[in-house]
Design a protein. Structure first.
Lengths: 482, 493
């Protein structure tokens, strides 16, 4: 069997997280009652005209800049003509030959190596509505919800630079991370705010010519994207192995069957009859305007991750986890600003705060523990005011529960470490006296007996003793008793 | 004055009402009586709005009685072309597909004239979706020319033109995509203005061809056109193609009308083979009068004029094929919902809802935009359109205004051209270039030939709408044709 390689490109649509739609003032909020977020403009009633939402345009440019694209100095909208009941004008306002940006790239890591994908173009267009083919009231008719009609979409098209499902998903995750960083989209595939249509072809390994490609639609999760791409690669290879040809067509993914099937050809034989949208004059972007938008970009995830490694001395894993989401990275850096040392703070954020977020379904944008209080906790541990176990098991949970300060809670809950040598000494004596077997074991040469006794002392002091000091004292005392 | 107020122009009538010489209610009642008497013979209106007009007029009278003021069109009856949305009213575009479609919002121009306290007395008949030059393409009725009811009033704003000429109202709104205000104004012996593209908001005008459509006034005098234009023009944030521009006091400019020292260009391409000789003679004589007014006549050339009609029928049809795609029976308007699939719903609805001319243009435009033909038709047309515009730019280096005929003929007989689309398309041969170039153009009555009106067109530079109106007004003073109401004899030939 010959060896094959896959060639994959991705067309991704993301809904911009603007408050209002692309060409009218209607809300874009998800989940409202059907057809309540509409007006004559997005309903496409006779006589209406589109007015561009400048915020949507600026968000698109920021996304394109984050993707390292060239921003077009002159751009325009075009009409894409096709009939469908979710598109009330029967044309979509999109961008055809002069998109707002081109020629970008996105680098990301996949299976331990760096991959860079070229972005062919990113352009702005309006979303269509939603069809409900089964009326929940049981009328047997199809229903149309136009709430989503006119929501701004950014279409981001890659060059065919990907070669596996794994790479495709890694790209999508990197794209999602980036677009969330620059606050352009929520990128939730389940909610439809991120949609992906891969095109897949295969060719004998090393061949120059591209194989015939198919496009896959109806993918609503990263897992489905991966499964569908793998399925198509397999299907293409089987066809080629059998001496057959791959037909250029659009395939629909059926997640239940775990297979693709061709879309009816009637639906894809489209001539969109693009032409310039006469209701929207073309517009220009000066270098100054582009520069102004570039200045609003935050530090991007790759750069931030590199800085966390080099300037903060974090290991690659920690830097990756902390920069995966911007609110986490921001919160972590606030902890540092409050005086905590970077590696120590990283441990606390990764091991404790992220877990608390999961368990308690919290959001770093509105975290119950303030960064300065985590820094205070770390300071109390460093100064040995409390021991780390108490800090982790008692103090931090109390801070989440009560939203109160670390120092205040240490005092109130009596969590301060017992450093008084006399008190520790008394506890040591008591532990030895109560556990003659441990002493006998020790004398018999069993070193574990020391750890057992340390545990007993810690229990006696409700964990507040300094474990190191306890052990030191115990060993000294046991040696005397030997 | 009571009973006869329909004879007054808008400027005079507004002044009479403000001076309490006549009430708004009386003015409305006079207009409605005139409509009632003549409408059976003329069929200029899709519907009149008598009760609403009277109650609105009464409210305006009450405001005056309480010592309040009225706006610049206080109490003046107006007619709207039936492609302008007016909340709560049917806006049919004289098409079956929108026969009972009630607009849920109001066009910017209608809002502005209501804010100026005008009283709408009717909505006028038109060629379906503004496609035509005789109003014979209305799905419902044929409007007759009030100067000779056997003849066409022109189109597509033929209902508005006939209504103003016959004295239904001193003001009507029309829309002009290739001559649809100016040609019927010429045919009906009144003033019709196609403003500069972008000077009047298109929000709420049911689109035919977005890059060419422009709303404008039809009136019996240039002064009325000026008053009406300055009321509706100026920037509108709801229309992205609306210019950030305000018209200023156009009426004062027009009253001062002075063309001394102005240069008037006469394009040699505007007197063509096949033009009716008496029309040509009348227009040439009218042009000569600008010399007496102190103007200078210069010969100019607009070399790409010959391509204008061809370019127009690609650009306009391409845009309309897309603009009219929304009438599909799914969301509003006519819907043929017998059994069948989605494509069946679309095709049945559109087959039943659109007339022959609309279908013809949708087909032409769809073809022009199709893969493989786009470059040869649409793209080429856009390039020639730019050349047409450049012709005017060059002409305006030599002159301040361009003069020419509005139409090559006097009003033709009803039925004469309806089966010959090419002959019909040539009715707009002198007006189309102005739309392609976006320039302001006014048709002003210049003569009567055998009892039929002839119009002359004045074209100016971008946003020199006031200058174009002033030139027309200067001529109007010499012609003694202003303010006339057509006899509108009701007998049908």
């Amino acid at each position: 069997m010959a060896e094959y390689e896959a060639v994959i490109g991705l067309e991704v649509h993301v809904q911009l997280n603007t408050k209002s739609k692309l060409f009218c003032g209607c809300s874009t909020a998800f989940g409202a009652e059907a057809n309540t977020q509409t007006c004559p403009v997005c309903l496409g009633l006779p006589g209406v005209l589109p007015v561009l939402n400048r915020a949507a345009f600026e968000k698109s440019v920021r996304a394109a800049l984050a993707l390292d694209c060239e921003i077009a100095p002159f751009t325009k909208f075009d009409r894409k003509n096709y009939y469908y009941p979710d598109l009330p004008k029967n044309y979509q306002i999109s961008q055809y030959d002069l998109p707002l940006s081109r020629n970008g790239r996105l680098a990301f890591e996949v299976a331990g190596h760096e991959k860079s994908v070229r972005i062919r173009r990113a352009h702005l267009e309006e979303d269509a509505g939603k069809l409900l083919h089964e009326d929940p009231r049981g009328s047997g008719r199809s229903l149309v919800d136009l709430n989503r009609t006119g929501t701004p979409l950014l279409e981001i098209v890659t060059e065919p630079d990907l070669s596996s499902a794994e790479e495709a998903v890694a790209y999508l995750m990197a794209l999602k991370q980036l677009l969330k960083y620059v606050d352009v989209s929520d990128c939730e595939m389940q909610e439809g705010s991120m949609r992906c249509e891969p095109n897949v072809s295969v060719r004998p390994k090393g061949a120059k010519e591209l194989g015939v490609k198919t496009e896959i639609k109806n993918l609503n999760s990263f897992r489905n994207v991966a499964a569908a791409i793998e399925y198509e690669i397999e299907r293409h290879i089987k066809l080629l192995e059998a001496g057959q040809r791959v037909r250029q067509e659009t395939m629909l993914w059926d997640a239940d069957r775990g297979a693709t099937a061709p879309m009816r050809s009637k639906e894809e034989a489209q001539d969109y009859r693009y032409f310039p949208e006469p209701d929207l004059p073309p517009f220009t972007m000066t270098a100054e305007e582009t520069g102004r938008l570039r200045a609003t970009l935050p530090e991007l995830p790759a750069a931030r991750r590199a800085r966390f490694e080099t300037a903060l001395g974090l290991d690659a894993y920690s830097a990756g986890v902390l920069t995966a989401e911007r609110p986490v990275a921001d919160w972590y850096e606030s902890v540092l600003s409050a005086g905590a040392p970077a590696p120590e703070a990283a441990k606390w954020v990764i091991n404790d705060c992220l877990r608390e977020r999961e368990d308690r379904k919290l959001d770093f944008a509105d975290f119950p523990v303030k960064p300065a209080e985590l820094a205070a906790l770390i300071g109390l541990v460093e100064k040995k005011t409390i021991n780390p176990t108490i800090a982790r098991q008692k103090l931090l949970p109390a801070m989440f529960e009560t939203k109160r300060g670390a120092a205040e809670l240490v005092k109130e809950l009596g969590l301060a470490q017992v450093t008084d040598a006399g008190a520790i000494s008394a506890a040591v004596e008591a532990a030895i006296a109560k556990n003659p077997k441990a002493l006998a074991d020790y004398r018999g040469g069993k070193a574990e007996a020391v750890m057992f006794l340390v545990g007993q002392v810690m229990r006696e002091t409700k964990g507040k003793a300094n474990a190191g000091a306890v052990r030191e004292l115990l060993e000294k005392r046991l040696a005397e008793l030997k | 004055m009571a009973g006869d107020s329909w004879k007054l122009g808008a400027v005079e009538l507004a002044a009479a009402i403000a001076g309490k010489k006549i009430s708004c209610r009386q003015a409305a009642a006079d207009a409605l009586a005139r409509i009632e008497a003549l409408e059976p013979g003329l069929k200029a209106l899709m519907r009149s709005c008598g009760d609403e007009a009277l109650s609105r007029a009464a409210a305006l009278d009450e405001r005056l009685a309480r010592g309040g003021q009225l706006g610049p069109l206080g109490g003046v009856p107006v007619v709207l072309k039936d492609n302008l949305c007016w909340a709560g009213h049917v806006t049919s575009c004289s098409s079956k597909i929108l026969e009972s479609y009630e607009a849920p919002y109001t066009a910017t121009v209608v809002e502005r004239l209501l804010a100026a306290d005008a009283v709408v007395v009717g909505q006028s008949n038109m060629d379906e979706f503004a496609m035509g030059s005789s109003t014979e393409n209305s799905a419902f009725q044929t409007t007759r020319n009030p100067w000779d009811v056997s003849r066409a009033p022109g189109g597509s704003s033929g209902g508005s033109a006939a209504a103003v000429a016959a004295g239904y109202a001193p003001l009507a709104l029309g829309s002009d995509t290739g001559g649809s205000i100016r040609q019927p104004a010429g045919f009906c012996g009144i003033v019709g203005m196609k403003p500069t593209y972008g000077s009047v908001s298109r929000y709420g005008l049911v689109a035919f061809s977005s890059s060419l459509d422009q709303i404008g006034p039809l009136t019996r005098s240039v002064a009325d056109a000026a008053l009406f234009f300055q009321t509706i023009a100026g920037h509108d944030a709801k229309d992205s193609t609306s210019a950030k521009w305000q018209p200023g006091d156009v009426l004062s400019t027009v009253r001062a009308a002075d063309v001394r020292g102005k240069r008037f260009g006469v394009p040699r391409e505007y007197f063509i083979e096949g033009m009716e000789k008496p029309v040509e003679a009348a227009v040439r004589a009218a042009i000569a009068r600008f010399k007496n007014l102190g103007g200078e006549i210069v010969e100019i050339s607009l070399p790409h004029s010959g391509y204008a009609v061809a370019v127009y029928y690609i650009v306009a049809t391409a845009e309309c094929s897309s603009n009219l795609a929304r009438y599909d029976g799914v969301h509003y308007g006519l819907s043929s919902r017998e059994a069948g699939d989605l494509v069946g719903l679309y095709s049945r609805t559109r087959r039943a809802g659109f007339g022959a001319e609309v279908k013809r243009r949708i087909m032409l435009g769809t073809y022009a935009l199709s893969a493989g033909y786009y470059d040869a038709y649409y793209l080429k047309a856009l390039k020639v359109r730019a050349l047409v515009k450049r012709d005017f730019d060059r002409a305006f280096e030599k002159c301040d205004y361009v003069l020419g005929p509005t139409s090559p003929t006097v009003p033709f007989k009803l039925g004469e051209r309806i089966d010959d689309p090419l002959a019909m398309y040539l009715s707009d041969i002198f007006t189309i270039s102005t739309n392609l170039a976006g320039l302001p153009g006014v048709s002003v009555p210049c003569a009567m030939v055998d009892g039929l009106p002839v119009g002359m067109q004045v074209i100016g530079r971008d946003f020199d709408d006031a200058g174009v109106l002033a030139a027309a007004a200067a001529f109007e003073k010499t012609a003694d044709l202003a303010g006339r109401v057509a006899p509108a004899k009701a007998e049908v030939a």
